[in-house]
Write a protein that binds this ligand. Structure first.
Ligand code: NDP
Ligand code: MG
Length: 395
């Protein structure tokens, strides 16, 4: 830590839902956080606005088209501007205390690896990289003495109640799921679900990709794998309960009969403030005078329902991919990413998302060797296979 004890932050995916929430919290404590790097992909306008507000040392736009706009918006400032993914990776070599990875999709993989190769601390919201290359990320972390802070709300909940000395006594952990917008939609209506309906999540406000993942419940499938990776647990010890109120986010059940849970509002700023301050806590709610920041937790009705595997086959599909091992989770993740994007563009139907993944897994060999090359290669091939399946379907 430098600058009079300030924590220097890199916020990747700064213009997204996670990135903005991080900056909302960190921006309230300018005496504690110094923004070193802000990065986004092509939303130059929003990135420039955030840069003018938070005055980072470096701003990176990884996509190419809008860089001139960024330059013109930030001309006359002392902020250093960079373009492209390689420049983003170089910026991560700066002296940074904490990197929050809020990039959506597999694009988050190389930045995560770079932070850990530098022995840095990584607050990882980007679950796709953990699904596609979990063992690689964990091994890189171990080799270089990096630190990974689980940031996804359910994993952050487990992290908050985790005690290393009790690991052997864990019976199972529970990740809760709100059930998304279609928990009680008749299954006959599923083929007619539109992107606009799927984007309307009942509890959480999130970016488009994870909102669709929540609607298909592939989000929970990805999160089961994410939990196996982060906590070194076998898949059968990771349970899912549908909990529509989203008050409890994660629980650990021990073999002595105790279950320990984390509760909180459905607001990502809660887990994000935890990773920002870790190993301490930030009194941002106490300090806030904004009434919107003060939700009242309603304990009057807390339901826990089993998952309906017929309605949401994605969760079992993800479990199978993890059990199959090798590159299967990577292939699943890549096919899902392409299919979600096609669904958002109205090119395929809601049910086609899972069908696309099943297709990619059925035609590709899952291999066994996990290296950066094999992951990137399998990701590209699975994306190509899925694009071509979708193109043929459209004919
Ligand atoms: P958003 O879509 O809101 O934001 C995504 C961010 O990533 C944007 O800043 C975007 O930049 C940037 N980005 C997109 N593509 C690339 C790329 N190829 N290279 C570099 N940056 C890129 O997503 P969310 O904030 O909702 O989610 C981010 C991650 O966090 C996902 O992995 C998600 O699963 C996870 N997560 C999100 C939660 C939430 O509440 N939102 C909760 C738990 C996990 P630009 O705007 O310029 O396109
Ligand atoms: Mg989650």
């Amino acid at each position: 830590m430098k600058d009079g004890g300030k924590k220097s932050l890199a916020v990747l995916g700064a213009t997204g839902s996670i990135g903005r929430s991080v900056l909302d919290i960190a921006g309230r404590y300018p005496d504690q956080y110094d923004i070193a790097v802000l990065a986004a992909h092509h939303n130059a306008e929003a990135l420039a606005e955030l840069a003018l507000r938070h005055r980072p040392r470096h701003v990176v736009l990884t996509g190419s088209d809008a860089f001139p706009l960024l330059q013109s918006r930030l001309s006359g400032t002392h902020i250093r501007l960079h373009q492209g993914e390689t420049s983003l990776l170089s910026c991560l070599d700066e002296d940074i205390d904490l990197t929050v990875n809020g990039i959506s999709g597999i694009a988050g993989l190389l930045p995560s690896l770079r932070v850990l190769e530098n022995g840095g601390t990584l607050a990882i919201a980007n679950k796709e990289s953990l699904v596609a290359a979990g063992t690689l990320i964990k091994e890189t972390c171990r080799l270089h003495n990096g630190v990974i802070l689980p940031t996804d709300s359910e994993h952050n909940a487990i992290f908050q109640v985790w005690r290393d000395r009790h690991v052997k006594a864990i019976k199972h952990i529970v990740l809760t799921a709100s059930g998304g917008p279609f928990l009680s939609t008749p299954i006959e209506d599923f083929p007619h679900i539109t992107a606009e309906q799927a984007l309307r999540h009942p509890r959480w406000s999130m970016g488009p990709k994870i909102s669709i993942d929540s609607a298909t419940m592939m989000n929970k499938g990805l999160e089961i794998i994410e939990a196996c990776v982060l906590f070194d647990l076998p898949e059968h010890q990771v349970e899912v309960r549908v909990h529509p109120q989203s008050v409890i986010h994660g629980m650990i059940t021990y073999s002595d009969g105790s279950t320990v849970a984390q509760l909180g509002p459905a607001d990502m700023r809660v887990p994000l403030s935890y990773v920002l301050a870790w190993p301490d806590r930030l009194p941002w709610l106490e300090d806030s005078e904004d009434t919107d920041d003060h939700p009242v937790l309603d304990f009057s009705q807390l339901d826990f329902l089993p998952l309906d595997a017929v309605r949401f086959p994605s969760v079992e599909l993800a479990r199978q991919a993890w059990r199959q091992g090798g590159l299967a989770p990577c292939i699943m993740n890549a096919a899902n990413e392409v299919a979600v994007s096609a669904f958002l563009q109205h090119r395929i139907g809601f049910m086609d998302i899972i069908a696309s993944i099943e297709h990619a897994l059925s035609v590709m060999s899952v291999g066994s060797e996990i290296s950066l090359e094999s992951v990137l290669d399998a990701n590209d091939k699975a994306m190509a296979v899925t694009r071509s399946w979708i193109a043929k379907k459209g004919k």
